[in-house]
Design a protein around this ligand. Structure first.
Ligand code: E4P
Length: 212
């Protein structure tokens, strides 16, 4: 399973990229708004930092509006992937953009049937939201596993991006469930490093070294 970072904060992206663990970026309107910067400037800067898929979300509700935004965004950089919500208008746009060779990431996926529709419309990626399902006492990991099983059984090439990830345990569970990618907030990447035995081990090695 590959790792993407889920943020529009370019400092976080630089920090995660410097560790060498991420190969793509996802953003959403909430994350971009938090930065208080021009959208295309942010996307352009991200494209200079990471050489991999960068998801940028459209805001129109109708197919033509989404396609117009997608064409503009995709001109910023060849790595731009257009993020589109899984609505009927959204999938019409996905279908058209696929014919134009513009890659899409269908977002706000909460059921296997939505994922199947998105894949058949021509999505390059689907983004099932694990954390938001868990928040309402559903099982986000089962959703990932079901989609992964369906895609594998029917030889569907669309990649599954496990999204809305809140903790390291969910990252591991998504990897076991068959997600191709997990997109992680920077704080989850940082949390993945942490183990008390690692800290204790470093302290003990230092103490012993200093006794010599
Ligand atoms: C995915 O692409 C979304 O940007 C993101 O993972 C949503 O996460 P949240 O549920 O923590 O807002």
């Amino acid at each position: 399973m590959k790792l993407f970072i889920d943020t529009a904060n370019t400092q976080e992206i630089r920090d995660a990229a410097s560790i060498g663990v991420i190969c793509g970026v996802t953003t959403n309107p909430t994350l971009v708004a938090k930065e208080g910067r021009d959208f295309s400037d942010v996307i352009q800067e991200i494209a200079e930092i990471v050489d991999g898929p960068i998801s940028a979300e459209v805001m129109a509700d109708d197919c033509n509006g989404m396609i117009a935004e997608a064409r503009t965004l995709s001109k910023i950089h060849p790595n731009i992937v257009i993020k589109i919500p899984v609505t009927q208008e959204g999938l019409k746009a996905v279908h058209q953009l696929a014919k134009e060779g513009i890659r899409t990431n269908v977002t706000l996926i909460f059921s296997p049937s939505q994922a199947l529709l998105a894949a058949r419309a021509g999505a390059s990626f689907v983004s099932p939201f694990v954390g938001r399902l868990n928040d309402i006492s559903n099982d986000g990991i089962t959703l990932i596993k079901t989609i992964a099983d369906i895609f594998s059984l029917h030889n569907i090439k669309t990649e599954i991006i496990a999204a809305s990830i809140r903790d390291p345990q969910s990252v591991v569970a998504c990897a076991k469930a068959g997600a191709h990618i997990a997109t992680l907030p920077y704080k989850v990447i940082q949390a993945m490093f942490v183990h008390p035995l690692t800290d204790a081990g470093i302290q003990k090695f230092k103490k012993d070294w200093n006794k010599k």
